[in-house]
Design a protein around this ligand. Structure first.
Ligand code: ATP
Length: 525
């Protein structure tokens, strides 16, 4: 039996059971069966024509409980961006009516500010009710270092905690707890019967029970578990709304330009508002700088690239000049400006390496997708809140065309950012993911020098000649030697000897330690 069939028969059992218990009238039974239909109505335009009033509150017979699998809990607040969206707050219960669209679901609010209203919700803002994902303390993808940073951030208190996937042991979980302004980590282990434990003397059938137990008493932990760690920000939605995911040419008048954020060689960039609700960045292209058809082809590729460390392309306005490219807004502008402004005042070495790791993570995704950036540099990385970095301007990336050969041939006469370009790019017009790795080495230099121009005393021509003699930039002041060694690996003459972005990502993420001894030994505590 398929999932849907199971669900339907389960529903029917519940409905009929309920009817015989409460002797409901035929009319009432029909009305209840109507509620079943609510779940399969997917076209609001049809539904709203009065054939079926789906805005009507769902009847809830006494003792009736919808199957949990259909109910979701909001993990974040969400403000409706269009008249078709639902407003909701963290903790609100939503029943999903149609999840076929994948990224935006049609739902009805069961509790909270939009109770009984129906509309679209971003799927990545909710979790299945009573599943582990719905627990406010469950941060599955969080790395140990990020867990420490988050727990030490403002708003958390003694005993704040989270449960995350262990980095050192795949498939296992760790508990991170804030105690006396430090973070302690405990391994959550599993017995053969699936029960969880920290100390073998006490095991629990579910994680929830384990958390509840240690919330009541420390029983050997450094402190009783207190409040779940605060979540800092909601994730990016996929696209601006449910209907821009596919139709992403949007009316120009839905965009209002506010302040200018900067200007590049192709045009100006503005902070803007879409639909009077949503902050966005708007890149305006100088008329004639790009062929709209070529750009649209490129944009089709960019749209498919989705990763938390890549700037998301939301929508375009290409019907008239100037072309608008609408992307997510990054509060702190380009990494280059950010580094230059800071000059080490706030950013510490751990922050710098963490930022580099984020860029490597975005690039590792491009590497996996067989895309080449071709212009990786601090000016093309954007910074949001909490030093979040995302790779931008990968619009010039090209999916590789030749079988077995990740090579993109640059157009003749094309401009190179010479000091960031690998020798094979300069001499042979050969661009691969390995030439991006070379550029990444230069970007590491920019990060470690707070945005200094690479090869500061040399012209472009001198740089090319100097590199050809086998020279490389030396270790910048206060840059750890092992980090310079990573730069040197990126600048190997033979591109095949350069590391992959995947390797760079883990080298940087684990730079300070992946010291399993930092875990509190459960056998000893
Ligand atoms: P180039 O035109 O050579 O790519 P560039 O990358 O500096 O140069 P743009 O991408 O046009 O030029 O960006 C210009 C400036 O606008 C950036 O330096 C940055 O400060 C700002 N900016 C661009 N995109 C965004 C964004 N999504 N969010 C916030 N600020 C942005």
């Amino acid at each position: 039996m398929g999932t849907d069939e199971k669900l339907t028969s389960c529903w029917e059992r519940v409905v009929s059971c309920c009817c015989c218990c409460c002797n409901a009238s035929k009319q009432e039974q029909d009305r209840r069966l109507d509620t079943k239909d609510v779940r399969i109505i997917t076209n609001p335009a049809v539904a709203d024509k009065g054939e079926f009033d789906t805005n009507r509150p769902l009847p809830s017979p006494p003792g009736f409980k919808m199957p949990d699998r259909e109910r979701y809990i909001a993990l974040f607040d969400y403000s409706a961006r269009t008249a078709d969206d639902l407003n909701f707050n963290t903790g609100d219960i939503l029943e999903v009516l149609d999840s076929r669209a994948g990224e935006w679901w049609l739902a009805i609010a069961i509790t909270g500010i939009s109770v009984n209203k129906r509309g679209y919700i971003p799927a990545n803002y909710v979790a299945l009710l009573e599943s582990i994902d719905a627990e406010p303390w469950y941060f599955p993808g969080m790395k140990r270092q990020d867990a420490e940073k988050l727990l030490l951030a403002e708003g958390n208190e003694e005993g704040s905690f989270l449960v995350r996937n262990s980095e050192s042991l795949k498939g296992e979980l760790s508990l991170s707890v804030l105690h006396e302004k430090r973070v302690k980590h405990y391994k959550l282990q599993k017995l053969d019967n699936g029960h969880y434990y920290i100390s073998k003397t006490k095991s629990f059938p579910t994680l929830k029970e384990l958390v509840e137990y240690y919330s009541r008493q420390p029983d050997g932990l450094c402190v009783s578990l207190g409040k779940p760690c605060r979540k800092i920000e909601a994730p990016q939605t996929y696209g601006l709304s449910y209907n821009t995911v596919d139709q992403w040419e949007i009316p120009r008048n839905s965009i209002k330009l506010l302040t200018m954020l900067g200007a590049g060689q192709f045009g100006e960039v503005y902070e803007g508002v879409w639909n009077e609700t949503t902050s966005v960045a708007v890149k305006t292209l100088k008329p004639g700088t790009m062929d709209p058809t070529e750009f649209l082809g490129e944009a089709q590729l960019m749209k498919r690239l989705r990763h938390p460390k890549l700037i998301q392309l939301y929508a375009v306005c290409t019907m008239e000049d100037p072309i608008y490219i609408i992307t997510e807004l990054m509060k702190n502008g380009s990494l280059l400006e950010y580094l230059r402004k800071d000059k080490g005042a706030i950013l510490r070495i751990t922050d710098q390496i963490e930022m580099a790791a984020q860029v490597a993570s975005g690039m590792a995704y491009l590497e996996q997708q067989n895309y080449i950036h071709r212009d990786l540099a601090a000016r093309n990385v954007l910074v949001g809140e909490n030093n979040i970095c995302k790779v931008a301007d990968f619009g010039l990336a090209r999916v590789f065309m030749k079988e077995n050969e990740n090579v993109y041939e640059a157009k003749e006469g094309g401009k190179f950012p010479v000091k960031w370009t690998a020798p094979e790019g300069i001499h042979d017009n050969k661009f691969t993911i390995k030439s991006d790795v070379w550029s990444f080495g230069v970007l590491l230099y920019e990060i470690m020098t707070f945005g200094k121009m690479p090869y500061p005393t040399m012209t472009n021509m001198q740089t090319v000649q100097w590199l050809a003699k086998g020279h490389r930039m030396s270790c910048p002041l206060s840059c750890p030697k092992p980090l310079h060694a990573i730069m040197m690996d990126c600048w190997k003459d033979n591109d095949q000897e350069r590391p992959t972005f995947e390797t760079l990502q883990w080298q940087l993420e684990d730079f300070f330690d992946m010291d399993v001894t930092s875990y509190v030994d459960s056998a000893r505590y």
